[in-house]
Design a protein around this ligand. Structure first.
Ligand code: B12
Ligand code: SF4
Length: 495
């Protein structure tokens, strides 16, 4: 059987705000996972529109498309294209699960929830000539599932081809999160066995790993067994976790000891009333500063996640949040405009209050205000969001954050990581367009390694900056960096 699997481009990936590097990070792991269920003699191809031009002239019998909210329009276009050619089109993923009726108009079969139980059931039905119209997942386990077909991934096109997920979902229930809607009808948090996860890791080449799990630390026993097993493997890895996990005695130490070097942490808001209203109760009464200190003391860099536009937020929230994040020495930040994704508790609440202002899914990209905030206008919310990015990634702010650290080498790593991520857009653009992304993995690994190694590697100019005193940071060092990198400290407004 000839099978085509497609990850359509998110709308924003084709907009002027496109930061190509963001979309060249991770391969389509969901599709590679589903490909694992196909037979050896099936002819299968995975295409990811973020990194390649789709070949639409082929004649597959079966087309499987993964649909995110802001790729829905493109996904439906592709579905219609292949249906017109006589292929059987299957749609699944987060957006299909949230809005099955919408997706069903464009598909022969739709899938709700994770695919590990429904996709093989469908394949059997399809081969028997009686495919169903809707498959709804209910059996939730990762035990005994086939490995993702990594041989179908074009590794050279990605900066983090060794991305993996060893669990699904998360034990918490935040109102704005996709999770509860997606996992309805079964367990919403489950893991592989630690042995299976370790066996998958063993197979991945190179040193760098990127765990895409929503909350790698969510099951403490599993996480401890995983980290114990990874000790001595020589890996350098990145992942996502909660403030609660960072504060848990012993766990973070184990993670750092087996190579954790950067953690995406969901701080989301500095206001406890906002946390309560969004049911992000596991962040309540947690000492954010202590969590940050623990991470930094263990050599783990932080990507802080912050959401703007919750009901307690007024216009002052942007500057206060940026100031706090810079003062805490957070290396990188991901800001979001609060977005009521269809299917979430937040969506239901806002819809009942008549506050949703558009159903144009292209705008549900966490950069647009698609609802009426309580304490500011939508325009102020969007402008504040962009200002937060601009201010956080000014050289002056990057330097100030780097100089909260005592050691010269820690400052350098901060500069290299934050600067490398946000300040070299033209370089990343060239690298991606010439398909050289994977060549940058060694550099990423060097930056992640830690302060001992990095202090031996950067140029003399950077070394010199690293030794500047705190008082020089806003002036001399910022202007030297501006001259070196010729962007004058301006940031092109891309996220
Ligand atoms: C990688 C990733 C990205 C990549 C996406 C490209 C890629 N290569 O996949 C990049 C970096 C581009 C990205 C961008 C963004 N992302 Co993102 N991302 C992820 C992440 C971390 C992992 C996805 C993944 O690989 N999962 C593992 C695989 C195994 O699961 P899966 O893809 O869901 O596939 C399974 C099922 O969905 C199903 N399935 C999927 N497709 C199909 C098709 C068929 C036919 C069938 C049968 C089944 C099926 O079967 C698969 C196996 O179970 C998820 C978090 C997560 N843990 O899932 C967030 C996540 C998807 N992202 C999210 C967000 C918010 C964003 C951004 C808006 C962030 C931002 N502010 O920029 C943007 C834009 C996304 C958008 N507009 O919708 C949210 C989604 C919210 C929502 N309701 O859409 C998530 C869930 C994170 C979170 N916890 O909030 N993201
Ligand atoms: S902790 Fe993160 S992944 Fe878990 S429910 Fe909340 S937002 Fe979703």
């Amino acid at each position: 059987m000839k099978v085509k699997m497609i990850l359509p481009a998110l709308t924003e990936a084709k907009s002027p705000h496109w930061r190509p590097i963001k979309y060249s990070l991770f391969p389509p792991l969901g599709l590679a996972t589903l490909a694992g269920y196909l037979d050896e003699d099936d002819e299968v191809e995975i295409q990811d529109e973020h990194v390649e031009t789709l070949n639409l002239d082929d004649e597959p019998e079966l087309v499987a498309i993964e649909v995110y909210v802001t790729s829905a329009r493109r996904a439906y276009e592709l579905a219609e294209h292949y249906r017109a050619k006589g292929a059987h089109v299957a749609l699944g993923g987060l957006h299909v699960t949230a809005l099955p009726q919408e997706a069903a108009h464009h598909a022969d079969t739709i899938f709700l929830g994770p695919g590990e139980d429904t996709w093989p059931a469908f394949l059997a039905d399809f081969r028997a000539g009686r495919p169903g119209k809707v498959y709804r997942s209910s059996v939730r386990t990762l035990e005994g599932i086939p490995r993702p077909r990594r041989d179908l991934i074009k590794r050279r096109l990605y900066l983090a081809p060794n991305s993996l997920v060893v669990s699904r979902g998360c034990p918490h229930h935040c109102d704005f999160c996709y999770k509860d809607a997606f996992f309805q009808g079964g367990r919403s948090f489950y893991t592989q066995t630690a042995d299976a996860a370790l066996a998958e890791i063993e197979q991945l080449p190179g040193r760098h790993l990127f765990f895409l799990d929503d909350n790698l630390f969510g099951d403490v026993r599993f996480a401890e067994a995983l980290f114990d097993g990874m000790r001595g493997m020589g890996r350098l890895w990145q992942a996502a976790g909660t403030v609660e996990a960072a504060l848990r005695p012993g766990l973070l130490e184990k993670a750092a000891a087996c190579g954790l070097r950067s953690l995406f942490v969901g701080f989301e808001t500095l206001d406890p009333l906002n946390l309560k209203a969004q049911h992000k109760v596991h962040n309540l009464d947690r000492d954010y500063a202590a969590a940050i200190r623990r991470l930094h003391d263990l050599g783990v860099m932080i990507n802080g996640s912050f959401v703007f536009g919750m009901d307690e937020d007024d216009e002052s929230v942007f500057d206060r949040t940026v100031e706090w994040a810079v003062g805490q020495g957070i290396e990188t930040a991901t800001f979001h405009v609060l977005t009521p994704y269809p299917g979430t508790a937040l969506y239901e609440r806002m819809a009942a209050q008549g506050r949703i202002t558009t159903h144009d899914w292209d705008l549900y990209d966490t950069r647009h205000a698609v609802f009426r905030p309580t304490r500011m206008t939508p325009e102020v919310l969007e402008a504040g969001y962009w200002r937060a990015y601009r201010e956080f990634y000014r050289w002056g702010a990057i330097l100030r954050a780097a100089w909260t650290k005592e050691r010269v080498a820690e400052r350098l790593r901060h500069l290299a990581y934050a600067g490398g991520w946000k300040k070299f857009e033209p370089l990343w653009d060239v690298v991606i367009r010439t398909q050289q992304v994977s060549g940058f993995q060694p550099l990423l690994e060097t930056v992640l390694k830690g302060w001992q190694e990095i202090s031996r590697e950067p140029s003399m100019a950077i070394q010199k900056i690293g030794r500047f005193g705190r008082q020089d940071v806003d002036g001399r060092a910022a202007s030297l960096l501006d001259r070196m990198f010729l962007d004058g400290g301006t940031w092109r407004g891309r996220q």
